[in-house]
Design a protein around this ligand. Structure first.
Ligand code: HEC
Ligand code: HEC
Ligand code: HEC
Ligand code: HEC
Ligand code: HEC
Length: 485
């Protein structure tokens, strides 16, 4: 057998072998890259078709890259109901005429509905009688529209350099807040969209709302212990320097609640500038917020029947959740309201933000493996207890309002009424803090019941104060509509 003589192989053959090897290597690399891309696609289920930037507001364009999330986002138009929640715009003041008495002197006595899906937030705001019959400011848009481009444009118009996005958004927010609502709402066209919660370049969660940025900084600077917000505690421990910025400080799990807390919170409009303020300077608890309002002598309206200076509570979901066992266990809003769902090979976040009672399998069973009916029963017990106690608080509050009204009509002086009016303010703030919260006690059952117990106590104390001041004969009677035991 002839020995292979390397020197006898022509140079051309070397070149051919080299070329084949090179091609094989390139082929292998291409294959690997292909696999990697597929894996990445499976992870992100994203098809980067559209170039997403800060200027892309239309969710349909984002939907080209993220069709699954867009698909579920669109389903927030659904109108399924649950016992105490869900998505039908029931008129509360028609359902429960006590609410007309309680809010007499405030636009809520005219139009107050059950809230519904995110898809409706802008249209519902434009069409409520609270906007049609009463003057409202551009500040209302903070939580009802994809307002970033409008804020940014107005900020640049007012002279902030276009390159400084954050400053321009803040400035534009300040410009739009005091505008008449009818003018301001022309500057926006979408309800909440993708860029309100996501950075278009990285898809990371982000906070975009000036009200929350200022509010969480004020909270961080307060002394209220917030063990459920570890990044805030860490920032305090490190000396509380400068500004607490959730976009750089907060953990991913905290951001899964913070994005919601941009809107699902108690707020008020400060001064003629109508600045949207989250009143967390003392902390997140009902009493701490009340103390803040008392310090600045704030009122939302003067009650028509009693003359008391009343606070109108607004959807304190974040504050209430903060007092509950789920927050303490690190369970975020998104865990229950945007749970993971399996779509083909991938797990994605369900962007149909809705009542978890319509989605128990994904929303609760992941942690409480007890079956759908058992979960339903547990929620029902909590909500029924709250609802019954809330009715009692409502009854007590209405009784106080009617008694003060009668005493006033019979000629009682302001000085005589002062203490009872103060009790009215306290009782109503507590009742409303629960009534305006949308989980019927579920987010924090113990805290909710404590608040309602105080509401009942203050209402009855108010009646006693009234009796001491003007005597029973001035028209004060036993509560007309007391709940039977
Ligand atoms: C442990 C699960 C869980 C967490 C965490 C949670 N929620 Fe809820 N939430 C519920 C349940 C259960 C209800 C009651 C739904 C019903 O009655 O249909 C509810 C009700 C609501 C509603 C009213 C829904 C409706 O259909 O009327 C809103 C709004 C809401 N939550 C917002 C939030 C926000 C914001 C956070 C975070 C700050 C949060 N929730 C955290 C479980 C949760
Ligand atoms: C800090 C955020 C925020 C601001 C500011 C805000 N809203 Fe809302 N609004 C919400 C949230 C969250 C809901 C859903 C929860 C609820 O209805 O309790 C809501 C619900 C509503 C609804 C539907 C339910 C209802 O109450 O009839 C209307 C209408 C509405 N808002 C109008 C307004 C108007 C008018 C203003 C300005 C005076 C305003 N909103 C300002 C967050 C906000
Ligand atoms: C830009 C403000 C904003 C943000 C951010 C926001 N919401 Fe809402 N949310 C609203 C408003 C306003 C409504 C009421 C819309 C209406 O009634 O027309 C609402 C309604 C809801 C409802 C009631 C849905 C139904 O079908 O009745 C739930 C539940 C809810 N939001 C939870 C969340 C959660 C959880 C997050 C965070 C992942 C979140 N929201 C983020 C403003 C916001
Ligand atoms: C109210 C805030 C909010 C809005 C609006 C929103 N998202 Fe999300 N999105 C979330 C949250 C919360 C997560 C979970 C992120 C995490 O755990 O890090 C998420 C996750 C995602 C992810 C990562 C993969 C996944 O499913 O977990 C993609 C992609 C995404 N969203 C796309 C979109 C698109 C597209 C839109 C608009 C059609 C949109 N989102 C609107 C809150 C929002
Ligand atoms: C990410 C995990 C997680 C999810 C999702 C979750 N829970 Fe929980 N839940 C907990 C933890 C942790 C506790 C604390 C008590 C414990 O250790 O069992 C708890 C406690 C509870 C309690 C007792 C409440 C109390 O005040 O004592 C109820 C009721 C409950 N969960 C219902 C629900 C419902 C309904 C859902 C879905 C809407 C849900 N949970 C979703 C983790 C979760």
């Amino acid at each position: 057998m002839k020995k292979l003589n390397l020197r006898s192989i022509p140079t051309g053959a070397y070149l051919v072998i080299f070329a084949v090897l090179a091609l094989l290597t390139v082929g292998m690399l291409l294959l690997l890259q292909n696999i990697n891309t597929h894996q990445a696609e499976a992870r992100q289920t994203s098809f980067r078709v559209a170039n997403l930037t800060e200027d892309v507001v239309d969710p349909a364009v984002w939907g080209q890259n993220f069709p699954i999330q867009y698909d579920s986002y669109k389903r927030t138009v659904d109108i399924a109901r649950t016992r105490f929640g869900g998505s039908e715009a029931i008129q509360k003041v028609a359902d429960d005429t006590n609410l007309k008495i309680i809010f007499n002197g405030n636009p809520f006595a005219v139009d107050y509905r059950e809230e519904r899906g995110h898809a409706y937030m802008l249209i519902d705001q434009r069409e409520t009688e609270r906007v049609k019959q009463f003057k409202q400011p551009g500040a209302c848009l903070h939580c009802h529209a994809s307002a970033l481009p409008a804020y940014y444009a107005k900020g640049v118009e007012a002279g902030v350099p276009a390159a400084d996005r954050v400053a321009a958004i803040q400035k534009g927010f300040e410009v739009i807040n005091p505008m008449p609502y009818a003018d301001a709402t022309k500057l926006v066209e979408h309800p909440i969209t993708c860029n309100d919660c996501h950075d278009p370049a990285t898809m990371q969660l982000r906070i975009t709302r000036p009200g929350f940025l200022a509010g969480i900084d004020a909270l961080a600077k307060s002394k209220d212990p917030v063990p459920h917000l570890p990044s805030v505690e860490r920032w305090r421990a490190a000396g509380a320097k400068g500004t607490y910025n959730p976009n750089t400080e907060a953990s991913r799990q905290e951001m899964r609640s913070f994005v919601c807390a941009q809107c699902h919170v108690e707020y008020y409009f400060k001064g003629d500038a109508k600045l949207v303020v989250f009143p967390w300077q003392n902390g997140l608890k009902m009493d701490q917020i009340e103390a803040y309002y008392d310090t600045i002598a704030f009122k939302d309206f003067v009650h028509k029947d009693t003359g008391a200076n009343i606070l109108k509570a607004q959807h304190p979901e974040f504050e209430t959740w903060s007092q509950g066992v789920h927050a303490q266990s690190g369970v975020a809003c998104a865990d229950c309201h945007m749970p993971y769902q399996r779509v083909g090979a991938s797990k994605v976040s369900d962007h149909q933000v809705r009542s978890p009672m319509l989605n128990i399998n994904n929303a609760c069973d992941t942690c409480h493996n007890v079956g759908e009916q058992a979960i339903k029963d547990r929620v029902q017990v909590i909500q029924d207890r709250t609802s019954t106690l809330m009715k009692r608080a409502e009854t007590a509050l209405v009784a106080l309002i009617q008694d003060i009204g009668k005493a006033k009509a019979a000629g009682a002086t302001d000085a005589q009424l002062a203490k009872a009016q103060d009790m009215h303010r306290k009782a109503q703030w507590r009742f409303d803090f629960v009534a305006a919260e949308n989980s019927m006690g579920f987010h924090a059952p113990g805290e909710t019941n404590r608040i309602l117990a105080e509401a009942i106590d203050y209402a009855r104390q108010g009646q006693i104060e009234l009796q001491k001041a003007v005597g029973v004969k001035a028209g004060v009677e036993a509560p007309p509509n007391a709940v039977k035991p």
